[in-house]
Design a protein around this ligand. Structure first.
Ligand code: NAD
Length: 349
């Protein structure tokens, strides 16, 4: 399994593999770039089918965090970690503590937070082993009803991004009757569904877990659909909110929507897939731009947290996307390439 010559390596500063025999932890931490600040990024736990799949995931996610922080206007770099295992069956407190000690070895160059498969409770446990954690509310915040879970902010930021995309592509501000298909109604997808429902949108949902689908059907009158058809529905917006690579050579020709805007990381299987979307006339909201709400929220976490300040920063996601869409239309280049160039202007400056 190559690392330095891995197609996703992209000049990473630090990639570390760790095995803790006692707890069974097998994990990778990747720090992509720390020019603007420490590498902040979530810890994903997932039953990867191979070590290579886990490495590819962590490298792509970590790089994405550098670009995400830069375009979100945060003085932070990019990093990410993955634990190889099924969060429903393999996770133990000992394993999570061992992960905390692994994070601590980075001495602050990597700061861990929640991601798919890890919760606020997990990060709290890691915090007993390292102080380099984000996404944890202090006592005052907890008293105010917040947990430090970044998902609500990610969902709100994604909703703001969907509104920007709808304005740019469909020329409308009113979401009443807007048809949206959501792939994955977990922490973010469910909350996004709530915002869309409140705004009058009609929803189609799918998930790996029947209970998650049921919850959304019950709460929002959503229509349940199969996992393999959600991307191909005749809707206005397709919102990927599960795991990555849903936009690929097989699925893009099947899309019937004209907007793809959702919270999942790494939605494009290959960077070149952005060209196919552009040629097909599909407006794609670059994933790391639209889903930056979580790291924005984590950045403000602390005793001075003010909801209005965070929400004002989240609104900037819409402004940034509007600029990306306009530049993309002007020069005829995929939105992802435009976003990358804008981010590089910031973190390579
Ligand atoms: P989650 O695990 O709570 O939810 C993901 C949901 O997708 C789960 O319910 C899962 O069962 C479902 N799912 C997985 N594979 C699927 C498939 N093939 N088809 C349909 N459903 C599938 O995770 P989350 O925190 O909601 O994050 C969702 C996505 O958003 C991830 O890609 C994550 O990296 C990204 N993201 C999350 C945050 C955050 O604040 N939580 C921030 C930025 C980006």
């Amino acid at each position: 399994m190559p690392v330095f010559s891995h197609p996703e390596f992209d000049g990473h500063e630090h990639v570390a593999f760790h095995h803790d025999a006692k707890s069974g932890l097998r994990a990778i931490i990747a720090v992509h770039n720390t020019r603007l600040g420490c590498g902040l990024g979530g810890c994903r736990m997932w039953p990867y089918v191979s070590d290579d799949e886990a490495l590819t995931d962590v490298l792509r996610l970590s790089r994405g965090m550098t670009y995400k922080a830069a375009l979100a206007g945060l003085p932070q770099g990019g990093g990410k970690s993955v634990i190889l295992g099924d969060p429903r069956h393999d996770k133990t407190p000992e394993m999570i503590r061992a992960m905390g000690r692994f994070v601590d070895q980075f001495g602050g160059r990597y700061v861990v937070a929640e991601d798919s498969g890890t919760s606020v409770a997990d990060i709290r446990l890691m915090a007993e082993e390292t102080r380099h954690v984000g996404g944890l509310a202090d006592a005052q915040s907890v008293a105010a009803g917040r947990t430090g879970d970044p998902s609500p902010a990610t969902a709100l930021g994604t909703f703001i991004g969907i509104k920007a995309a709808v304005r740019a592509k469909l020329g409308r501000d009113d979401l009443t009757g807007l048809r949206v298909a959501i792939q994955g109604v977990g922490n973010v997808g469910y909350r996004l569904a709530q915002h869309l429902f409140d705004a009058g949108a009609k929803l189609w949902v799918t998930d790996l877990h029947a209970a998650a689908i049921e919850r959304a059907v019950h709460a929002f009158g959503a229509t349940a659909v199969n996992m393999d058809e959600v991307h191909a529905l005749d809707v206005d917006v397709f919102a990927p909110c599960a795991l990555g690579a849903i936009l690929n050579d097989r699925t893009i020709p099947q899309l019937r929507t004209t907007i793809v805007a959702g919270a999942a990381n790494n939605q494009l299987a290959k960077t070149r897939n952005g060209h196919a979307l552009l040629e097909k006339g599909v407006l794609y909201a670059p994933d790391y731009v639209i889903n930056a709400g979580g790291i924005i929220d984590i950045y403000y976490e602390g005793p001075d947290y003010k909801t209005e300040t965070v929400h004002a920063h989240l609104e900037r996601i819409g402004t940034t996307l509007t600029e990306i869409f306009a530049r993309s239309a002007k020069v005829g280049r995929p939105t992802g390439e435009i976003a990358d160039a804008m981010a590089e202007e910031i973190f390579k400056r």
